[in-house]
Design a protein around this ligand. Structure first.
Ligand SMILES: Cc1ncc(COP(=O)(O)O)c(C=O)c1O
Length: 450
């Protein structure tokens, strides 16, 4: 299908019963549960199977090319097959892909993070955002000598036991608004671990203060995603993060900022925009240039628990592929190609896109809004202002309506997440914004007529 047709219907041949994707699904589901290895990838009746991508376009098995506005769940800031990363990785492949000792690319990427993000003074690499968060939690425990952690209801921080709690809580079990229940968000998590995690309500500083005060002597850390995707990118209320910082400092509780996604919104991360002065900051996604990566960083004092010479309970961490030179060189190349003017350009495009899509929602009489910051956007199927996770869970038919919009957008040549998540990349420009708007226009105005 021709790129110039984006915005017009006709891109969903993969749903035909005799399509290559349908055939692929029948075969692959014999070996891989529901055909996918990642949470949220499966969509009824089956997901797209992608054969490749270039810049801001990805091609499915049928040969249909769509604009990719989800980019490996926001991990690709330069789109697919970004030439500088392809060159750097190709050169690295011929020099070797992993060693038993550090490589220069590792120190260069660490230095880049330290220069950009105020909370990052010392950096330790892993292979995923989940690993980065896990290391930060262990480090906070080792440093404080306390076991429990606190997190915000609705926030996702990966699939490590302690933080797969209170991520998708629903009534009637979710407890009071100002003291959310600790509920497992996945099977397989021991209940004693679930109970160890204290769940906090987002943007309710008084309730947070009460809960932290009640548990002050048990808590090692509060983990905060300053702009939580699963919560619909609800910004922290003015002063909220600084208040958490003041309370935690008074009680000797550490603060972990999970910037695995929010590092997309600015050169200095979300902490440069919202404050909060975290002890630890975790990274992943865009920082790997399209390759597996995670980083746990923090103030030198608390990161000292990783120091081989440290006297206290030292953190033993790091796997065979941690800081492998392919991920390091890919990440370094991608991040060097994203200077502060690149961030500004993405933010300007993001602001314009959100305004245009919000106008479309109003004109189409569909209840919905587009939230987000910088290059991130998310469709939320309500006009009401959103202040907390629970507001997002009270949207009528949110999931069904969002899925219908997702399929309608696919059919007009645009890929977003099936939960409404989307993001922009550096190969995009005004032409791509026009196409995204055209696709949303068609999808929103036809949604109820189909
Ligand atoms: C805020 C946040 N933290 C952590 C993670 C986990 O990262 P990964 O999927 O690389 O394990 C994610 C993944 O989406 C995330 O959004």
């Amino acid at each position: 299908m021709d790129r110039s047709n984006i915005g017009q219907p006709g891109f969903n041949s993969f749903l035909n019963t005799d399509s290559k994707c349908a055939e692929w699904f029948q075969e692959v589901k014999k070996y891989i549960p529901y055909s996918t290895s990642k949470a949220n990838q499966y969509v009824k009746p089956y997901p797209l199977c992608i054969q490749g991508g270039s810049g801001c376009y990805a091609t499915d098995l049928e040969g249909v090319e769509r604009m990719d506005c989800i980019n490996a769940f926001t991990a690709l800031i330069h789109g697919h097959a970004f030439p500088p990363v392809v060159r750097a990785v190709t050169e690295q492949l011929s020099r070797g892909t992993n060693f038993s000792y550090p490589t220069p690319a590792e120190s260069a990427l660490a230095k880049l993070l330290v220069e950009r993000v105020s909370g990052a003074e010392i950096v330790r690499f892993g292979n995923s955002g989940t690993e980065a968060v896990m290391m930060a939690i262990k480090a906070a425990r080792a440093y404080t000598g306390r076991d429990r952690i606190a997190k915000f209801e609705g926030a996702y921080h990966g699939y490590y036991d302690d933080i797969q709690v209170g991520t998708n809580s629903k009534p009637p079990d979710w407890g009071p608004e100002d003291a959310p229940a600790s509920l497992p968000s996945s099977g397989g998590i021991p209940m004693h671990r679930v109970k160890e995690t204290l769940v906090l309500p987002w943007n309710d500083a008084d309730a947070v203060e009460q809960l932290l005060t009640r548990h002050k002597d048990e808590l090692a850390a509060v983990i905060v995603d300053p702009l939580a995707n699963r919560m619909g990118f609800i910004s922290p209320a003015p002063g909220f993060l600084d208040r958490i910082r003041a309370i935690t400092r008074a009680y000797g509780i550490l603060v972990i900022f999970d910037e695995v996604i929010s590092f997309r919104i600015g050169y200095g991360g979300a902490q440069a925009r919202y404050g909060g002065d975290p002890d630890f900051t975790t990274f992943g996604k865009i920082m790997g240039g399209g390759f597996p990566i995670g980083a746990t960083s923090g103030k030198a004092e608390v990161m000292s628990v990783f120091d081989p010479g440290s006297k206290g309970p030292r953190i033993l961490s790091g796997g065979t592929y941690s800081a492998n030179p392919v991920s390091m060189i890919a990440g370094l190349t991608a991040m060097e190609a994203l200077d502060s003017s690149g961030y500004d350009r993405l933010e300007d495009m993001g602001n314009r896109l959100r305004t245009r899509l919000n106008d479309l929602f109003k004109k189409s009489n569909q209840s919905g809004q587009v939230t987000g910051e910088g290059s991130l956007f998310r469709v939320m199927m309500t006009d009401r202002p959103l202040k907390s996770y629970r507001d997002t869970m009270r949207i009528p038919d949110a999931e069904t309506r969002c899925l219908r919009l997702f399929l309608a957008l696919l059919d007009t040549g645009i890929m977003v997440g099936s939960n409404g998540l989307g993001c922009l990349t550096t190969p995009m420009g005004d032409e791509e914004l026009d196409k995204i708007e055209a696709a949303f226009e068609r999808a929103l105005f036809t949604l109820d007529n189909e």
